[in-house]
Design a protein around this ligand. Structure first.
Ligand code: SF4
Length: 462
């Protein structure tokens, strides 16, 4: 697969013909959806909670500057060292400089989509720093030399047999596809790394503006070990991870695990309030918070597209999307796949390069219906399609074809004429009427000799 969103069409074509891949994706997303439906069904006020989540996220994004200042102040009061990074390059440089000062050559890391966005691992490894991914899914992906195919389940595209072969080859163990044994192997290897690590890197799920608290949710305790055992913890987050108050946490802790993994609550919820102190002798000596803007402040000012920053990265829109289910995450060639990826990749990164992604949708609206913070995803996809056409990023031939189509559609007489032309063409070409992207897979339906309108006219004369 080519990891560029401009290659979406060819990537998707390849993925759609990979029956094995489609079965794995269908199984994993289907299981998530069933579990989610069960736990969401237990909450009669789910729709009200979604609206509340939407409103709390809107409050932050509408006042992002102020919330950044508030969070920075409270986190510093707690003894954390807060760094503001305007660009992706700034963020990676800040992180590298922090690590370089410790003279370590290995860091342990828990799952974080922002570090994927920064391509942090590649940069650190180029500079001689070994990065150990400690989330099981990320560990598998790292061993395979791949990128995550889903934002909460990075190895969703791999079966247990794929993982068994990978572990056999890379970890030099006898083949076993028993998930318990495979997990035990990973745990044993990772435990040694945790005990030796002096620097831990994590993401952040929610940063509370009023208390400076960093919240991380997870199921494997690897994030907790990354943030507690080493002497130095670097928390990497984008500025939109801020929520107004610690009082909002119960709301988001109801919405996120249910939507992401169909759990009432994840196994671990870590709330980090600063480095160790004489009152609290456990934890790291230093906590650095690296806050990435990366175009988000600009996006927050756009009247429509700002809504994509409400996302709490649950991944439910991917699970429910018929396009994602058919092609998987890698086909998008972007850090964020699925409907939210198709929305944010053009607006946050490069609209020209990602111009195919907003068209990777049937516009069925299932993503909008499932989103726990009520982001109107399919309408954003439509808006972006219009913007892409207005900027002239679609092929000239498509523009001509749509103009011709519009010309025929705007007049009943021309519409009728189009039907006659189609009928004549079908008479000449038989059923092989060539419609690119349509008839190679399907037979064109036969065009009736008499149109519905002429039949109606005939009837009304009788
Ligand atoms: S857009 Fe909504 S459903 Fe999709 S990942 Fe974000 S919060 Fe979840």
């Amino acid at each position: 697969m080519n990891l560029s969103p401009s290659e979406f069409k060819s990537n998707a074509r390849r993925a759609v013909h990979d029956q094995h891949l489609r079965e794995k994706i269908k199984k994993a997303t289907g299981t998530s959806l069933v579990k989610r439906a069960e736990v969401v069904g237990e909450i009669p006020e789910w729709e009200e909670l979604r609206q509340e989540g939407h409103d709390r996220r809107k409050e932050v994004i509408d006042n992002l500057d102020r919330y950044i200042r508030t969070f920075t102040g409270t986190a510093r009061d707690r003894g954390m060292i807060v760094h503001y990074a305007g660009t992706h390059d700034d963020a990676t440089k800040i992180i590298y400089d922090i690590i370089r000062r410790t003279s370590v050559d290995t860091v342990v890391k828990s799952k974080s989509m922002i570090t994927e966005e920064l391509h942090l691992n590649a940069m650190l490894e180029t500079n001689g720093i070994r990065v150990i991914e400690t989330d099981l899914g990320e560990y598998i992906i790292q061993l395979a030399g791949e990128t995550p195919s889903h934002i909460t389940a990075p190895a969703l595209h791999k079966s247990k047999e794929d993982i068994a072969r990978l572990f056999q080859e890379k970890l030099n163990i006898p083949y076993t596809d028993d998930p318990v044994k495979l997990t035990a192997v990973a745990r044993e290897r990772l435990r040694k790394e945790f005990l030796n690590a002096r620097v831990g890197i994590s993401g952040v799920n929610f940063a509370c503006a009023d208390t400076g608290t960093l919240t991380i949710i997870e199921n494997e305790a690897n994030a907790r070990l990354c943030t507690v055992l080493p002497d130095l913890h670097i928390a990497v987050m984008s500025i939109d991870k801020i929520i107004p108050s610690i009082d909002d946490l119960p709301l988001f802790l109801k919405l996120l695990p249910r939507s992401a993994s169909g759990q009432r609550m994840t196994s671990y919820v870590s709330m980090i309030n600063g480095p160790r102190s004489h009152h609290n002798p456990d934890g790291p000596r230093q906590v650095h918070v690296v806050m990435l803007n990366g175009g988000r402040l600009q996006l927050a000012k756009h009247p429509a597209w700002k809504e994509s920053l409400y996302c709490i990265r649950c991944g439910a829109c991917m699970n429910v999307c018929p396009v994602y289910q058919s092609v998987g995450g890698h086909a998008y060639g972007a850090v964020y796949p699925g409907p939210i990826g198709a929305v944010v990749t053009p607006t946050l990164f490069d609209m020209k390069e990602a111009r195919e992604l907003p068209f990777a949708s049937s516009l069925c609206g299932a993503c909008t219906d499932i989103c726990p913070v009520k982001i109107d995803l399919h309408h954003h996809l439509l808006l972006e399609r219009r913007e892409i056409v207005d900027r002239g990023y679609k092929p000239f031939t498509e523009k001509i074809a749509m103009s011709v189509w519009r010309w025929f559609m705007l007049s009943p007489a021309r519409f009728e004429l189009a039907g006659r032309i189609g009928w004549v063409l079908q008479k000449i070409l038989g059923k092989k009427l060539p419609l690119p992207g349509w008839t190679p897979q399907r037979q064109a339906p036969a065009i009736a000799a008499k149109s519905f309108r002429s039949l109606m006219k005939g009837d009304s004369k009788k």
